[in-house]
Every structure is written in C-alpha cells, then in structure tokens.
Design a protein around this ligand. Structure first.
Ligand SMILES: C[S@@+](CC[C@H](N)C(=O)[O-])C[C@H]1O[C@@H](n2cnc3c(N)ncnc32)[C@H](O)[C@@H]1O
Length: 376
C-alpha cells in the first residue's frame, strides 16, 4: 500500500499534468499538505444506485481501506450532510443533500493559481470547510496573512483541529462570510469556496483598491461560473473565467421554500419561442438565470399527463409552466411578472450575438447592483 507521501506526489503529478498546478510554490504546498489530515472525521461516499432515486451517502472512516487513497483522488469529498450530520454520526446510508465538503484538489489549486498571489498579501477565505484550502494558503503566505470564515461552528472546529495537526494557526472566524471580516480589512484578496448569487458589497468594501475577488457566481437553476473581479473606486469589475465551475451555495443564498404551487391551469398560454430543453445547455441556463435571477425550476408530472417544467419566482409571485405539445413548446404564465418572456428575450439577444461561452462574460458589481453581460 502506498504511504501518504507517495500519494501526495502522485496527486501533485496528476494536477501538474492536467494543467491545474502551474507554479512551484503551489506544487510545494500540495506536496507538503496531507489532505487526509483534513478528512480524519471521515467522508461520505455517494451510493445513488440507479440514478432515479434521491442520492444516498454512506460514511467512509479512517479505518476503511478506501479512506487514505480516496483522500488523494481528484474528487470532492462530502464531509457533512443536511447541515449537521458528520460521517461518524451514522451507520448505513443517508438520503439528504451535502452541506460541507473538501473541494476537489484540481479546483482548489486552480483557484489558488487564479488568485495571482504575491508574498506578503493578506487573504480572506470564505468557506473554511475541512481547512485543506486554508492550509495551502497558510503554506504559501504564512499563517498570519490568512483569515478564513466558516458559517458552521462544528465544521470550523474540525478544521481548526486539522489545521493545528498540520502545524497551522490562521485566524479562523465562525460567522456569515457574506459579511466579510470588517475587523481584518482591507484584504488583498478575497476567495470564496462556496457559491454566491451576487458578490456581497462587504467584499469589495473590504478589498484594497486594485485587490481582487475570486468567487463562483451561481443561480437557482444551477448553472454557475468562477469570476475574478478587481476592486476599484467602490465597485468591482472583471470577467467569468470558464470551466463550468460549481460550488455548494452560501447558506444564506439557498433558495427559499417554494410555498404553495401555482395552479397551472391559471395564467395566459402561448406557443413558446424557446423551449425548456434549451436550458439543458450550461451557458444558456446561465443566461436564463441572468434574466430571472430569483427563479427556481422544478419538474412536475401529473398522473397520466405531460411533464411540466415550472419556473417560479417566489418573491415576485410569478411563474411560467412549459410543456411539450408534439413538436412545439407551450408556455403558460401567471403573476405580475412574465418570467418566460424575460428569459426568451435575454436568450434571443445572446443567440443573436453568436451564443458566446461564459469565458466571454463580463461582471460589474456596485453597492446597488450586479450586472453580467457578454463581451460583444
Ligand atoms: C465546498 S465547502 C469548502 C471547501 C473548503 N475550502 C475545503 O477545502 O475543504 C463550502 C463551505 O462553505 C461553508 N459556507 C456556506 N455558506 C457560508 C457562509 N455564508 N459563510 C461562510 N461559510 C459558508 C459551508 O458550511 C461549507 O463548509
């Protein structure tokens, strides 16, 4: 069996060969940082079987043969389910959503490389998780220059222990990272390892002019992308970086409960210009999210009926329901806002401009609003 040093060398080799790990400093950080120490509490292995039922998870603990090698695979390893459950808490399987994980190493190092750090820079990380990415930052910069915020106290406590065991004592905060860290500001870099709907004003207020923010911009239709913004004069602007990056959403940005479903026989019906299947495409779905940023999508299949693709904006009390009638899509819309009209209009602009990929999208954030467009 391989020892963990060999496993780390193999991991660094694969990350280098894949083009994720590019600089000697980050390579050394990967070689010197034992990821398994950040997984001492175990992780959850996916056991979704047929793919038709809800995803199930079962714990893998340090005593299991799979545990050490898995710590050095290029996979995200789930470490908490449903906001409280750690691997040691259950035997057997659990069928709920993950709420904390150790991000796949290729994405961790890609983001660290994208941070373009220089010696002496101060970094604020949002989403400590297991503490693995925090440890890499500490290795590169020194513990004194790293602050990390985690919203979940238990997760933060485990990360503190793992960081201590690997010789690091950064500043760790338990709190809502969307508020940043006013006491420690200004920072040269803010990096988020949870997704956000929009870049919080606190982040660019707490970043030094010329400093940068790296975060994944998400939506409730589950398309997302990594963005790098430069802070300047009370605003931040930059571009999306491409790669179809996804992260679990920051907890305060999770979608609200749907409430009572609309009566799908209400509203006005017309033939749809663009069908719901257009949103199977990652970038098209991102464009739809820009047009209808607080809209959630569900699928409903009435007994013996056609599947309805329902788009609901809970706050605006508006909805659109699409179904395929033979070769044509029909849309029925209700509430004060015409959700599908807006999505169609925005997608038509994007298509007229040649359907550019997300790495041609620009993002600007001011204290009042976030604007994402594409580079024409
Ligand atoms: C993908 S994990 C982080 C992975 C981590 N960087 C690592 O290497 O292990 C995302 C983390 O963000 C945390 N989180 C979610 N919302 C947050 C918020 N508003 N502020 C701070 N942390 C948050 C979650 O609890 C979770 O632990």
């Amino acid at each position: 069996m391989s020892d963990d040093k060999t496993l780390r060398e193999d991991l660094a080799g694969r990350l280098t060969a894949g083009g994720h790990l590019r600089s000697p400093q980050w390579r050394q950080a990967v070689l010197d940082t034992p990821r398994h120490e950040f997984l001492r509490g175990g992780y959850f292995r996916r056991v979704d079987g047929t793919g038709t039922g809800p995803t199930g998870w079962e714990p893998v603990m340090p005593g299991d043969a799979a545990w050490l090698p898995a710590s050095y695979t290029d996979d995200s390893l789930v470490t908490q389910i449903a906001g409280t459950i750690a691997p040691a808490d259950i035997q057997g399987r659990i069928f709920r959503s993950p709420t904390s994980s150790s991000t796949l190493p290729s994405l961790v190092v890609r983001m660290l490389e994208e941070l373009r750090l220089d010696d002496g820079m101060r970094v604020l990380e949002i989403g400590t998780g297991t503490g693995y990415s925090t440890a890499l930052l500490c290795h590169r910069l020194g513990d004194d220059l790293v602050t990390s915020i985690e919203i979940d106290e238990d997760v933060s406590t485990r990360a503190r222990a793992a960081l201590g065991a690997t010789g690091h004592i950064p500043r760790l905060i338990v709190g809502n990272g969307l508020d940043g860290d006013p006491d420690g500001a200004p920072y040269d870099r803010i990096v988020a390892t949870c997704g956000v709907l929009d870049i919080p004003a606190a982040w660019f207020a707490q970043t030094r002019p010329g400093g940068q923010i790296l975060a994944t911009v998400c939506g409730w239709m589950y398309s997302s992308e990594l963005a790098r913004l430069t802070v300047d004069d009370g605003a931040a602007h930059g571009r999306l970086l491409g790669g179809q990056i996804s992260f679990m959403l920051a907890r305060p940005h999770l979608p609200p409960p749907l409430g009572m479903l609309p009566d799908l026989d209400d509203g006005e019906e017309r033939e749809a210009v663009i069908g719901a299947d257009a949103l199977d495409h990652w970038t098209a779905r991102f464009v739809a999210q820009i047009a209808a940023p607080r809209t959630q999508r569900i699928r409903i299949q009435p007994p013996g009926g056609e599947t309805q693709h329902v788009f609901i904006d809970v706050d605006a009390e508006s909805w659109a329901a699409l179904r395929l009638d033979g070769a044509h899509w029909t849309v029925r819309q209700g509430g004060p806002d015409r959700v599908w009209d807006r999505i169609e209009e925005h997608m038509a602009h994007w298509q007229r401009d040649g359907s550019p990929d997300l790495d041609r999208f620009l993002i600007t954030v001011t204290p009042d609003q976030q604007t994402i467009t594409w580079d024409r």
